[in-house]
Design a protein around this ligand. Sequence first.
Ligand SMILES: [Zn+2]
Length: 338
Amino acid sequence: MIDRYSRQQRVAGIKAAGQARLAAANVLIVGCGALGTHSADALARAGVGRLQLVDRDIVEWSNLQRQVLFTEADARAGTPKAIAAAQRLAEVNSECRVTAHVADCSANFLHELGERPDLVLDGTDNFPTRYLLNDWCRQRGLPWIYAGAVGSEGAAMVVLPGGPCLRCLWPEAPAAHDVGTCETAGILAPAIAAVTAFQVAEAMRLLVGASTTRGVFTCDVWRGSYGVLPIASGPAPDCVVCGGAEFPALTAPAPSAVTLCGRDAVQIDLLAAHRIDLDALALALQGRVQELVRTSHLLRFVADGVRFTVFPGGRTLLFGVQDPLRARALYDRWLALR
Ligand SMILES: [Zn+2]
């Protein structure tokens, strides 16, 4: 194994000391989709000693275009993404200790996480989970690296303890229908590669003790534009999380998803934490789902082989699915909320 990291160690800033720090590092990667699999693959190959992976979904055929750790066999079997990723990483680097958590990354999950990571990487596809990571990392004094990509565009940013946080830049999560998702706007694999190149490089800099980039990395790989938008050096004065002891995402009521007894269905009820505009949702889904019906009482449609029934206030029934985690993933995908 002597030569394994020889090319990497020749790079100024890594050397033998940096390689040893990578081997001792513990990184939590939340989400094992396109972003998470790219970053996990790169960090395992770079010699990071400990990876904790979290994902609640299963591998599907439409993932294979960009989610680099998965194979056709995983899609055929519907393997949980965290498990499939961990199995592949064990083949990539047997010295990297990988733990797979097939779970929803909730406040409760984070509170019960046994090991404190040195760094958290955002591999999620939704803002509520990013705000949760932001608040949890703030509370624990942990660094994390935001990353997101939709269509041909991407963005990423290092969030350090003491520096500006995600809420400093965007106090509220963007409205559900204002931000596209990979289901509605599509996604190009090079956009993922560009964003995770920034995310992984910054992770390595941070883990070896070097300074990191201040600013928001943005790219549009189809236009060929890449840059870093400057940000303030410190937290925003009115940021509730940076200003004191308030961590809204950690204290919000937990959303519920329950399998309906005796039926091939799951009910998701967010306890009116989010209102859903059924007319706006129907408009956004037009042409992307099957059997879309808006009645005065509800919105009904079929997507991914599952029949959704959405009520005013957001309560949703999903027919054709029994696993609550899977139902939550489909709910977030098609309603872009949680
Ligand atoms: Zn802040």
